[in-house]
Design a protein around this ligand. Structure first.
Ligand SMILES: [Fe+2]
Ligand SMILES: [Fe+2]
Length: 383
């Protein structure tokens, strides 16, 4: 799907950010942008990643501030990464169809996922489809406004699962050595703490923070014993929510520094779909059966029994608990948390890296991602 919407990476300095093969309908094409820029004696000003000066020199209605372009570029990159990981889940545990044709589900893995909810394959498919639409739209939108689309194809170098059913293609993300932070579980159940006001939170599954674990079968040997495969499905179930709560915070955090009302509309329209994903997955994760993986000791606790249970862990408390916001003198309110804008993009990079998603990636990948995050975090309203 992605390859039909993006051109292969270009060569040389423009490798990380390449122009798509087709011009967006009704928008300002890169070709005309470049031609315009050169015609007035102002080059595109491409930096080492082929990005950089993105505002049109002529300043018409189709330009973007550098800050807005940087925020959109970072989000496009984040969505490309999100889509890559979701595609891997869909290949083995979702639904392969005309929208998402890659891979072939592993019945035993699907069965283990369905312990969390019988509709898991459909939800995995639809979340994947949403992420593909997010990066496709953001890149097309960037282009329509005279900006540079983001292309990470040169970094699709990580191995696929060797399990029967996985496509053997290069990946951007690694789902086979995850260290999953499940503190969102208690963060959204707390009525007294907010990460933006210094709150810290206990993980729902402490074991997932103490090692690295697969969320998809790494090979056919991972299909047993039964509790091992269920632990892999449980890991996936929690990881789904970990990823989507990140998007839930990222969009409102970055929206605070957007300048153009239409760019703001883009962020405010995509961001809440991440929240819809998160809400779904936070409900399903609560159905992950308590067990210990006999192969590595990873324990999934009973979240409704001591020492867990109560307000902080009870699995049917899936709506955000009202908590402190902005100042402790204000009344508690049900909100997304965190939403602090300072350093939000780099915070997302750090969280995804700590998740183990990029294990095996080359240093140029981290350089490119961090550069985009630094530029997004440098954005200010009005500039
Ligand atoms: Fe997304
Ligand atoms: Fe998402």
């Amino acid at each position: 799907m992605r390859s039909s919407k993006q051109s292969p990476a270009a060569t040389g300095a423009d490798m990380a950010v390449a122009a798509p093969a087709e011009e967006p309908a009704g928008g300002v094409s890169r070709r005309s942008f470049l031609a315009t820029g050169l015609a007035v004696g102002v080059g595109a000003g491409l930096g080492p990643l082929g990005q950089g000066a993105v505002a049109l020199a002529s300043g018409g209605s189709s330009n973007l501030t550098e800050g807005d372009a940087a925020i959109l570029r970072f989000l496009a990159a984040a969505e490309l990464l999100e889509a890559d990981l979701w595609e891997q889940y869909n290949e083995l545990g979702g639904i392969q169809d005309s929208e998402l044709p890659g891979g072939k589900s592993i019945p035993a893995y699907v069965k283990a996922l369905e312990v969390l909810d019988e509709d898991m394959p459909q939800y995995i498919h639809d979340n994947t489809d949403d992420e593909v639409s997010h990066h496709t739209f953001l890149n097309a939108y960037l282009e329509s406004r005279g900006g540079e689309p983001v292309n990470l194809d040169r970094f699709r170098t990580l191995p696929s699962s060797e399990a029967t059913g996985a496509q053997q293609i290069g990946r951007l993300t690694n789902l086979m050595q995850l260290t999953v932070d499940t503190t969102w579980w208690t963060r959204y159940r707390s009525s007294t703490m907010n990460p933006d006001l210094g709150g810290t939170f206990n993980p729902a599954v402490p074991g997932l923070l103490k090692g690295s674990f697969p969320a998809i079968p790494r090979n056919n040997a991972d299909l047993g014993p039964e509790k091992h495969l269920q632990a892999i499905a449980n890991t996936a179930g929690f990881h789904f929510a970990t990823i989507e709560q990140g998007g839930t915070s990222l969009y409102p955090s970055l929206a605070q520094r957007v300048t153009d009302p239409e760019v703001l509309r883009v962020l405010l329209s995509i961001g809440p779909t991440e929240t819809m994903h998160f809400q779904t997955w936070s409900d399903k994760a609560g159905n992950a059966p308590a067990l210990t993986d006999p192969t590595n000791g990873l324990e999934f606790p009973d979240l409704n029994a001591p020492p867990f249970g109560g307000e902080e862990f009870k699995s049917n408390l899936i709506m955000p608990e009202p908590t402190i916001f902005l100042r402790k003198t204000l009344p508690p309110v049900s909100i997304i948390r965190p939403t602090k804008t300072h350093g939000a993009a780099m915070g997302a990079v750090k969280a995804l890296t700590a998740d183990g998603l990029f294990i095996g990636q080359q240093s140029a990948f981290f350089t490119a991602l961090k550069e985009m995050a630094i530029e997004a975090d440098a954005a200010n309203r009005g500039s």
